[in-house]
Write a protein that binds this ligand. Sequence first.
Ligand code: WTA
Length: 646
Amino acid sequence: MTDAANSEHTFAPSRDFVNQANVNDPGVYDEAERDPEAWWESHARQLRWTREWDTTLEWDPPYAKWFLGGTLNVSDNCLDRHVEDGYGDKVAFHWEGEPGDTRTVTYAELLSEVSTFANALKGLGVSKGDPVTIYLPMVPELPVAMLACARIGAPHSVVFAGFSAQSVVDRVEDANSKVLITADGSYRKGNIVPLKESADKAMQGTDKIEHCVVVKRTGEDVAFTEGRDVWYHDLLDGADDDCPPEEMDAEDTLFLLYSSGTTGKPKGIQHTTGGYLTQAAVTHRLVFDLKPDTDVYWCAADIGWITGHTYIVYGPLANRATSVMYEGAPDHPDKDRLWEIAEKYGVTILYTAPTAIRAFMKWGPEYVERHDLSTLRLLGSVGEPINPEAWLWYHEHIGGGNCPIVDTWWQTETGGIMITPLPGMTETKPGAAMRPFPGIKPVVVDDEGNPVERGESGLLTLARPWPGMLRTLWNDDERYVQTYWARFGKAIYFAGDGARLDEDGDIWLLGRVDDVMNVSGHRLSTAEIESALVSHDAVAEAAVVGRSDAQTGQAVSAFVTLLSGQHSSDELRRQLREHVAERIGKLARPAELMFTDDLPKTRSGKIMRRLLRDIAEGNEIGDVTTLANPTIVKQIQQEAQTARSS
Ligand code: WTA
C-alpha cells in the first residue's frame, strides 16, 4: 500500500497549465474570504438576469435566501443566451448510445426542442410550480425534459433509471406529480432495460399520474394506456417551438432530487434557481478550468444523480461547454469503451468516480493503451474518498502523468462542489480533496463542535451558507432542521462525513459517519434496505451494514432473522436479494445475506450494528458479554465466514 497520506510527494500543475488556467492567482482565496457575498455576487453577475437582486443573502439560520428579488430563467441562461450570442451551431452534446448510434445536438437544436417540449408540457396542464417526475435513461431527451421544466418553472424530480418501480411510486407520491416522463427502454450491457414496464408498475402503485410521456428509444413493443400515455415525438409534432422562458424568482424551486438518508424514507432535497446556477457555473468553470471554445468535456456520471444534474446539465450548459454524453456501460462491447469514446471526440476533461477507476485498474492498462488519450488535460473524481492507489493509477494511466486531478467533495445537498483543488494553483496530494472552494467555510470539529487541530480527525461541518445549498426538504422543514442543523446548532451544517486535517491544514475525507452507505459512489440508506427486507413475508428482522469492498468502496451486508416456521435456504436468500432489488433498485441488492437466529442486541434492545460491521469486515471483535444475547455472535461469525468464502 502506498501511504500517500504521509508521503512527501505532491503534484504541482505544470507551468503550461498554470499559465493558461482560468484562475491561477492564490489571491482569490483571500478575496473570497474577505467578502464572501461579494465573491458570489461577482459570479452571479456572469449570468443573465431579467431583474437585478436587491439582497445578496438573507440568512435566517438554517434558512438561506440568495439574490433575493432577482429574476432569471435557467433554460434561458443555458440556451437562449448562447444562441443569441451566435453560438447556435456549437455542439452542446456529442451523444453516444450503447449500441454505437450517435446524435449531435447543437445549442440551437437544444433550444428548439426544449421550447417545443415546454409548450407540450403546458398542453398537458403543467404550470409553474407543478413537480414533474422524470424517469429516463441517459438519452438527450433527459436534459431536454429538465430544461423544458426549468423553462416553464415546473420543478423536476429526476428518478435514476436504475431505480425500481416502487422508488418511482414513493417519489411521485411525495412530490405529488401528475406527469411522468419515461422511455420505452434503454440499452445496458447489450440488453434492453424495459423502463416502460417499471413505469407501468409504478403507475399501478399510485393514482397520481395523469399523463405519461414516453420517449421512443428502443422501438420495442410496449403497453400503452389510451388517454394516459402519449409518445414524446407525437407531442413534439403538435407543439409550437416558440416558448418564452418564464421569469423566475431567484428563490423559486428549480428541482427536487430524492436522496437516501438515515431513515427509510428518501429525502426530497430542494434546490432553487439563482444561487444553484451561480454555484454550478462558477465551480464548473474554475474547478474544471473550462475553455468553452476548445474543450470537450465529459462527466461520465448518470444524470439521475446530482453529479449529472450539476455537471452534465446545468454547469456545462450555463458555460456553453461541448460535452460528451454516453448511454451505456463502460465495458460494452469491451472494456475499452470509454477510451474509444474519449479518443473519438478528443475529450480534454474527464470527471468520473473512484469506483470506476478501480474497475479500470482491475481490467488493466492494456484497455487504455489501445487508444490515444493525449487530448486529456484535466481529470476529476467525485462520489467517495479516492484511495491513493486509484489516484496514482488515474494520474499515470489515464492522464499520462501530466493532467492535474481534482478530487471534488460535495453532496446532493450542497448542489455544487465544495472542497477541491483549483487545478491551476493547488499542489495536490493523492487522496486528498485539499481545500475549500473560495467562499466556502468547512470546519472539522470534534463531537462537541470544537474545531480540531491540524493532524486530527473529526466531523465535517460547513460554517457559512453558500448559494447552491439546499433550501429545505420538500414538505418537511422539520426533518431538514433535524438532519443538518441540529447537531451543532442552527447555523452549522452537519455533513455526515468524517474528515481529517493534515499538518498543512489540507482536508482528507474519511467517509460517512452515519447509517448512509456509499456503494459505487451511490448513496444508500441502511434503514431503507432493512425495511425492504422486513417487508418480505418470511422475514422477522433485518440489519444491514456497509462493509469495505475493494471494488465498490462499500458493499451491502445483510443479516436476517426469519419468522418462525420459515426455513433458510439458498432459494430464499436469492428471493430476498431480488426483493431488495425490486423495492429499491439493483444497486441496493445485498452482496451477502446471512441468516441468523437472532441479531446481537444491547440490553435495551438496540441492534449492535457496529459489531455486525466488524463481523462483516472479518475484524477482531471485542468483549460481547454485555450484550443481551452474547451467544449469538459465534453463530453470526460462522455464517459471515461462510458467506465471505463462497
Ligand atoms: C461522498 C455526490 C470523499 C460523501 C456528489 C458525501 C465523497 C456523499 C466525495 C454525497 C469525495 C462525495 N471524497 N467522499 N470527493 N464526493 N463523497 O449526495 O460521503 O450522491 O457525503 O453526492 O458522497 O453523495 P451524493
